[in-house]
Unconditional design. Sequence first.
Length: 279
Amino acid sequence: MDDALKPVLERIADALERLAPPAGVPPVFDNARLFRHDPTANAFHPAPDYPLPLEALVGVERQKERFVENLERFAGGLPSNHALLWGVRGTGKSSLAKAAFMDVAGKAPVLKLVEVDRDQVTELPALFDTLRDRSERFVVLCDDLSFEEGAAAAKALKSALEGGVSGPPRNVLFVATSNRRHLMPRGHGEDRGLIATAEDAEEEVSVSDRFGLWVGFPPMDQPTYLAAVTTYAERFGLKTPDLDRRALQWAQLRGARSGRVAWQFIRDLAGELGKDLPL
């Protein structure tokens, strides 16, 4: 090699090395049980433990039993199903998913939860590949999932759940909550023509078929709503002589009875009484 060219080639090699993307750093899951995934950097940000205990959720006993059973099977390495928690807003779908995870993870340290944003569903196949060879077992949670952008996100989710030629990761359980059983927004695609709309609808409905476990959350009746309020009030030491009447007035002003409305009433009552709450 010409000695005059050697410095030039070394500078070119140094420049190329600087331009090359850095080697990926393996994620660390030892410092928490809950994580938030950032797909832009493929980073996992630790989050605090979910503070609401599973037994505090009232009126969803059947849903708790079925979901926890499936989650315990997954934690133990047994066959289990991806889960879709669907139903009326405010009925405790997300709370149940997180509280059940905390309950099972307390007995199975290998269990971790990774929350993903519904707008980043297209990144799920890459996320699943990142988690595939890990020793931990991951619950990947997507809250309030629906396909606002049409079939592209649905195809990405199907690809993640089916796993392509390598199959789905055995150490990943996908859990989604949604207000819609088939994950489709109302009026979706009306301006795209009947054929395109029908194709998108078929693509999106077929995604819900990939969930082996469907857990429905119906509207909350008045006795169940009052039982939820009473359970929260007793747990957090909130005493008032007219609890039921005030709780019903609160629900009437909101135009709905649900676990969320019950919790919002409890927060208002705790503030009035000068008491703190865990969340």
